[in-house]
Write a protein that binds this ligand. Structure first.
Ligand code: HXC
Length: 517
């Protein structure tokens, strides 16, 4: 055998060794826990045969605690690039079979390399996270490594989409990189995110909790809102990444991709002419409206389990992606509160950063009153959504279906927040407040002095509703561009978006804004 052949054989052997990660036993343990290995995950995620791996031979440089004897080719993370539906993506997949996927200085360098490439090429970064956090044996070098990654997450924010899938534990500093990215996907019963684990919690606060209770997928999907998606299986998380990317441009300089559709643009949806109940206090399901108007009824909801009083997610009109923000009358009557404001503001800002037009469907009775909200800072949190809509320069189409009252009317992409096309259904009620509340303020004294207060208030309320509970008052001032037939909503939105496709709007030059945080 020639020297060259020997060297090629050696390369092949080394590659095989690297592909084994932490070794067969560790792989078996990973599988026994119902988890895939880093490489298996990459194979599922990328287009077949498209993966190009980088830094397969990187090894850590630590000599503490006998670490020099614990060497694994690739050092606990698989990095590289490939394609998803033919479009370039960069990724890193932490390999839990290698020292628990813990983050070393060299692992951080590998991750930073793909992030730098993604920024230069203008392509999304996907993190497949499965890690015990900073590699304890590496001390400050591991911390520095995290900081290098965070810095890149920050600079990449708003430039290329960043998606984090959490496919195992994600402890300590490991949670902050996902928190800095655009979307976080967690797997039920398999992934955890917490700053400090149950043991530390018990020591410090004497609170006894399980990993699941502290930072499981359900907790972050429903309570904290830290994760945007909670899925049942790893396969679902991988599919979701592919689906999510199909709605997004590669970077902030690109337009959103177009997916051809056979759904007619002028499809009339007769059911929408009858969807609003006669009783203004009765709910209907906003999902029905969304499903009826978007291409093929396809809607990818974000934050589905968090702040259900507002719905956000991606859909398409005539093939082009949009971000939908809609009040949900079926949850808390669609009222705006702290969580709904935060949820929607973050989504609106994502869409604006990545040229995704916004379609807003309004049916909002106002902001939720009370000490709970005020003490929690609803003023500042509500201002986030106000700010997000006001600064957004992407095309903005608003349709008011029913209620649009007070501050909530302004916040939900009204004309003066540079809403481009503001439409209303004939059932719209655009006013400072609802009739019952208004007459209580205006006629309380008169009612009290009369022999039949209820009658006085009812009469005044009917008068008020006649004058204000309609869209024509707002239309009279041009605050509403047109009152449209509900069944024609899809067509009118598509026409508006077509018109707005070349919209150019620039905010004043500044270092950066100061959104209320
Ligand atoms: C070094 C680690 C490690 C770590 C796990 N391992 N986490 N090695 N540094 N952070 C090693 C284990 O020693 C073990 O090695 C192997 O990985 C598998 O771990 P197990 O514990 O056997 O796995 P499991 O039972 O599934 O438990 C997983 C786990 C647990 C819940 C993640 O390992 C754990 O609690 N790890 C520590 C989590 C943590 O507190 N991280 C915070 C670090 S501080 P062997 O050789 O036995 O196979 C931090 C601050 C950064 O991140 C701040 C930046 C801003």
């Amino acid at each position: 055998m020639s020297t060259q052949t020997n060297k090629v054989e050696e390369l092949i052997e080394l590659r095989a060794q690297a592909r084994l990660g932490g070794g067969e036993k560790a792989i078996e343990k990973q599988h026994a826990q119902g988890k895939y290995t880093a490489r298996e995950r990459i194979t599922m995620l990328l287009d077949e045969g498209s993966f190009e791996e980088l830094d397969m031979f990187v090894q850590h440089r630590s000599h503490n605690f006998g670490m020099e004897k614990k060497q694994f080719l690739g050092d606990g993370v698989v990095t590289g690039y490939g394609t998803i539906n033919g479009r370039l993506v960069y990724l890193f997949a932490q390999d839990f079979t290698v020292i628990g996927g813990s983050l070393s200085e060299t692992m951080a360098l590998k991750i930073c390399k793909v992030m730098d490439l993604a920024m230069q090429m203008g392509a999304p970064v996907i993190g497949l996270n499965d890690s015990g956090g900073a590699r304890i044996q590496e001390g400050v070098n591991a911390l520095a490594g995290y900081a290098e990654i965070f810095q890149r997450n920050i600079l990449a924010s708003g430039v290329v989409p960043q998606i984090s899938t959490i496919l195992g534990p994600c402890a300590g500093g490991a949670v902050y990189s996902p928190a800095l990215t655009d979307f976080t996907i967690m797997v039920q019963g398999a992934s955890y995110m917490f700053l400090t684990g149950p043991k530390v919690v018990e020591t410090v606060t004497h609170e006894v909790v399980t990993q699941e209770q502290l930072g499981g997928a359900e907790v972050h999907a429903r309570k904290s809102g830290v994760s945007h998606f909670s899925v049942e299986k790893e396969e679902d998380a991988i599919d979701l990444v592919r689906k999510l990317l199909s709605f997004l441009p590669q970077n902030n300089m690109e337009e959103t991709p177009v997916k051809p559709t056979s759904d007619p643009i002028d499809r009339l949806e007769d059911s929408l002419n009858e969807i609003i109940p006669d009783n203004a206090n009765q709910a209907y399901d906003m999902y029905e409206v969304i499903g009826a108007i978007v291409d093929d009824g396809e809607f990818l909801e974000v934050h589905a389990d968090y702040a259900k009083n507002i719905i956000v997610g991606f859909a398409r009109f005539n093939g082009r992606s949009v971000g939908i923000v809609a009040n949900q009358p079926k949850a808390l009557a669609g009222v705006l509160d702290i969580n709904a404001s935060r949820k929607a503001a973050r989504f609106v800002r994502f869409c604006d950063a990545f040229n995704v037009p916004l379609v807003t469907l309004v049916d909002v009775p106002g902001f939720l009153p009370g000490t709970g909200q005020e003490y929690g800072g609803v003023i500042v949190h509500g201002a986030k959504l106000l700010y997000a809509y006001g600064e957004a320069t992407v095309p903005k189409v608003t349709v008011t279906l029913r209620k649009s009252y007070g501050g909530a009317h302004i916040v939900m992409s009204c004309k003066q927040l540079r809403g481009d096309m503001n439409y209303a259904w004939p059932t719209a009620e655009i006013a400072v407040m609802g009739g019952a509340g208004a007459v209580e303020v205006l006629y309380a004294k008169e009612a009290k002095e009369s022999s039949d207060p209820a009658k006085v208030l009812a009469e005044k309320e009917a008068e008020y509703n006649k004058a204000f509970a309609n869209p024509y008052n707002a239309a009279k001032y041009g605050y509403i561009d047109d009152v449209i037939e509900p069944r024609n909503t899809r067509f009118r939105i598509i026409r508006a978006l077509q018109q707005l496709a070349t919209k150019k709007q620039v905010n004043p030059a500044k270092k950066h804004d100061n959104i209320p945080l």
